[in-house]
Design a protein around this ligand. Sequence first.
Ligand SMILES: Nc1ncnc2c1ncn2[C@@H]1O[C@H](COP(=O)(O)OP(=O)(O)OP(=O)(O)O)[C@@H](O)[C@H]1O
Ligand SMILES: [Mg+2]
Length: 292
Amino acid sequence: MKWLARILHNLNTDDYKVLYALENGMKTHEFVPVDLIACYLSLRKERALSILKRLHEFKLVVRQITNYVGYRLTVHGYDALALKALAESGVIEFFGSKIGVGKESDVYEALTSSGRRVAVKAHRIGRTSFTHVRRVRNYVKRGVTRSSWFPISCKSAEREYIVLKKLYSNGVAVPEPVYWNRHILVMSFIEGEELVNCKFLPEPYDILELILENVKLAYQCGIVHGDLSEYNVVVSPEPAVFLIDWPQYVLVANASSRYLLERDLHNLISFFKRKFGIKLSLSETLEYVTEN
Ligand SMILES: Nc1ncnc2c1ncn2[C@@H]1O[C@H](COP(=O)(O)OP(=O)(O)OP(=O)(O)O)[C@@H](O)[C@H]1O
Ligand SMILES: [Mg+2]
């Protein structure tokens, strides 16, 4: 993304107009016809083609020439539009390096204009497998294809932003959501180590207790994580824990919430038993989390 942030400075107003026109056109076309782009922007076709050629060199668009000449945005093209929105909103001043690669996201560090360190999560749903996506994300409809990654990733980022707002304002230990645009979410940067990578914990029982307290707090807000495990818990030096990665959350009122809560707790209990020899019963833990 750093190279992309640099490219953004080289794009002019017409380049952006074409990118926006493509984004719009892709709601109805897999490849947007050049004639349509030219007509929509009141440009001569040659001018539209020369801009598209430039954008193609920057890897922001790709072309098809089978039935008609048409273009679509690449992942970088969508990233460029979201990054521009971030820059214009004044949220991001400096873009840093990649700090995490999840199955379905890329996470970067960045600085806000006030010098605050933030994490920028670009959702990339379906990067691994759409069959898996449909299984774990109940907000994804049947019949999605590979090209559906963008609207689904936007939905995913929106869901995560909204749920983080609710959890954070209710005191659950989660990153503070800062901004959301398209498929990109900006949140406070969490200093620490993923639980799965913690070779040693001085007080593992206290850490487990802290995690369960937060699962309970989220439950009291009416929310179940749904993908909780040692991979989605960050342990900070204080000591403190943070629960991350929430887009697949379900409401407690949802029929699947009990099953997902049990699975979350089972993952955590098994990890602490395997790694630190701590034995907790699933039924008692479940009772602790769900009792008032
Ligand atoms: N707010 C944050 N501050 C610091 N690092 C973060 C933050 N959010 C995410 N990360 C890092 O990025 C990684 C991937 O983030 P996250 O788990 O949210 O994405 P994901 O793609 O949904 O992951 P998964 O592989 O579990 O599906 C995390 O494991 C963590 O290392
Ligand atoms: Mg994760």
